[in-house]
Design a protein around this ligand. Structure first.
Ligand code: ZN
Length: 304
């Protein structure tokens, strides 16, 4: 295969869906497909992923593989234990994928890191060297890119902004702590908080309905989005003053709310970011629909 036709395989593993794509060196996606993450035991889940990978790869031989996965991860041993994929606990994903695709480099990264890396590569962060990327969805994930590389930390789990404590008297969080950004800003937690304040009693509703109600001027929905935005802004500003960065990109299902989320986030960031080196902090929506998948592919290209 000639160098300019070489491709890598990017894989994005989430609790809701799994995606795979062949990606060229410039970030062009050549083939892409996705499936809903199936329930089941370790081999049932992997079997579905293997079929997806085989379908996407076809007759091609990717020169490397990058995998972005929901955590927690053990990057040293290539193990994944995604909170929302109960069949995988310390599952040897790197070895199993390598057995599928042949003896090529297989790189694993946290899904939030891959999101930030994807946006940094071909999305909203193209023009800057340093970027904080946040995914606001069922949970709140994040990644920091410095000089084009994800900041990993000693265990590879840096930038868990969703579990930054922003309220010393806050509610219990799934992580065992309390007052985390996620307890205010994740979709399910925003819906639960709105429900407790009397929003749409007895109805089965989700964050998309909450954001539509906020856009229509519902006072409870607006207040809940403002609280979520304040918590996100606190996490953003704390990260910015720690790492010294100016660009923040937010994606994920809840970010589809648009101005209902971004207006109060920007307002709170402006209020909280007072040190001179963070007063220019900008927060913008993600540009890519598949930043996590592209970031995983970027991890693969970095090995070549
Ligand atoms: Zn937490």
């Amino acid at each position: 295969m000639s160098a300019d036709s070489a491709t890598v395989l990017g894989i994005d593993i989430g609790g809701t869906k799994m995606a795979a794509a062949l990606v060229a060196a410039d970030g062009t996606i050549l083939t892409e497909d996705r499936i809903l993450t199936p329930p089941g035991d370790a081999d049932q889940v992997f079997g579905a992923l293997a079929e997806l990978v085989e379908r996407v790869v076809g007759a091609t031989t990717p020169i490397a593989v990058g995998i972005g996965s929901a955590g927690p991860l053990d990057l040293t041993h290539g193990l994944v234990s995604p909170v929302n994929i109960t069949g995988w606990r310390n599952f040897p994903l790197v070895d199993r994928v390598r057995a599928l695709v042949g003896d090529v480099p297989v790189e694993l990264g946290v899904d939030g890191h891959c999101f930030a890396l994807g946006e940094s590569w071909t999305g909203a962060g193209r023009a800057v060297d340093t970027l904080l990327g946040i995914v606001v969805s069922t949970g709140v994930g994040a990644g920091i890119v410095v000089d084009g590389k994800p900041m990993l930390g000693q265990s590879g789990n840096a930038a868990h902004l969703g579990h930054m404590v922003v309220d010393l008297d806050g509610e219990a969080c799934a992580c065992g702590s309390y007052g985390c950004v996620e307890t205010y800003a994740s979709g399910p937690r925003m819906v639960a908080r709105a429900k407790r304040r009397g929003w749409r009693p007895g109805e089965q509703v989700d964050a998309a309905v909450l954001s539509a109600d906020a856009a229509a001027g519902d006072e409870i929905a607006l207040a809940i989005f403002d609280d979520g935005a304040q918590a996100l802004a606190a996490g953003i500003v704390a990260t910015a003053v720690t790492v010294d960065l100016t660009t923040v990109v937010i994606g994920g299902g809840v970010a589809k709310a648009g101005p209902v989320l971004f207006d109060p986030v920007s307002r709170w960031v402006k209020r909280l970011a007072q040190l001179p080196f963070v007063t220019d902090l900008t927060v913008e929506p993600a540009q890519l629909a598949n930043a996590g998948l592209l970031g995983a592919a970027r991890l693969a290209w970095a090995t070549t």
